[in-house]
Write a protein that binds this ligand. Structure first.
Ligand code: A2P
Length: 273
């Protein structure tokens, strides 16, 4: 990778497009997050993904799409990942330690970006599992708070401990002095967090799709049902989840947008194995 000036004596990376792991945190036997150095030349929009991975045993890079979970202003890059015990990449990636190198192709792309949505009143961020990752980026981006009066992030997981990453992230934003100084105290009050679990008992149970259909999501939050005048949405989870939410959004009259043709909602599949 040619972009970075190297100090004399600093070892050359052994991998193409190598970045160095700076920290790792494990949340459960299924989930972990890690941070890596950021190529100086890498520019991205909050919500985009890049290809990252490790060198495979055949000497070829083994890469998968990962949403960048850190905001565009951050010096490092953060990723939130599932651990699949027999997954070709995550079975190895889950063992990375600070100082290790990973491969990161510096070509960010993706549809979960502000440019793909028309202006609106309320932004819904619907996620399951590691689909929360792009929202961890968007929620730390001042633009998200500048563009909407209300931001509601839903995160559905099987068990309570799988909500740790999103719960801590939302808490950290609510007490973030830099964002508060930049946007004003009331801006951070726009953010609301709606976690649900489906297999372990918690304060709010059930699939978010069920709660949209029975209306309890809206009555719990005291907001009107989804409508194309006020609501904008970003969706990130498993394929089945994305399709089910998409159908509900379309039923409510929202249209799918794209970078080149902004509309009322956008969808992207979370990395799954
Ligand atoms: P459920 O436990 O009822 O399958 P996973 O860990 O399998 O990726 O799932 C993450 C969460 O997403 C689980 O709580 C799961 O609920 C939920 N989920 C999976 N598929 C759908 C779907 N089609 N619609 C809504 N929620 C879903």
């Amino acid at each position: 990778h040619q972009d970075e000036a190297r100090a004399p004596g600093k070892p050359m990376p052994v991998l193409p497009d190598a970045q160095t792991v700076t920290s790792v945190r494990h949340y459960s036997d299924r989930l972990f997050s890690f941070r890596v150095t950021r190529p100086q030349s890498l520019r991205f929009r909050s919500g985009e993904f890049v290809m990252i991975g490790l060198m495979g045993e055949n000497g070829k890079p083994l890469l998968r799409a990962y949403s960048i979970a850190s905001p565009a202003w951050d010096e490092e890059l953060e990723f939130y990942s599932i651990k699949v015990q027999d997954g070709p990449l995550t079975s190895k990636l889950q063992h990375v330690q600070p100082g290790d190198q990973i491969i990161l192709r510096p070509k960010p792309v993706g549809t979960l970006v502000h440019d793909a949505l028309l202006p609106g009143k309320r932004l819904w961020l619907f996620s399951t599992g590691t689909g929360f990752a792009p929202f961890a980026s968007l929620l730390r981006d001042p633009e998200t708070f500048e563009k909407f009066d209300e931001i509601i992030v839903t995160h559905t997981c099987r068990d309570v401990d799988e909500l740790t990453y999103s719960r801590e992230l939302v808490e950290s934003i609510k007490s973030d002095e830099m964002l508060e100084e930049l946007l004003g105290v009331e801006a951070l009050g726009k953010l609301r967090y709606y976690p649900t679990t489906t297999r372990e008992q918690s304060g709010t149970m059930g699939r978010i799709t069920t709660r949209i259909e029975d209306g309890s999501l809206f009555s719990d939050l005291g907001v009107p049902a989804l409508n194309p005048e006020e609501d904008r949405a970003m969706v990130c989870g498993s394929l089945a989840f994305n399709l089910d939410i998409k159908a509900l959004l379309e039923q409510a009259g929202l249209r799918e947008g794209a970078n080149s043709d902004p509309a009322e909602f956008v969808v992207e599949k979370a990395f799954v194995g």
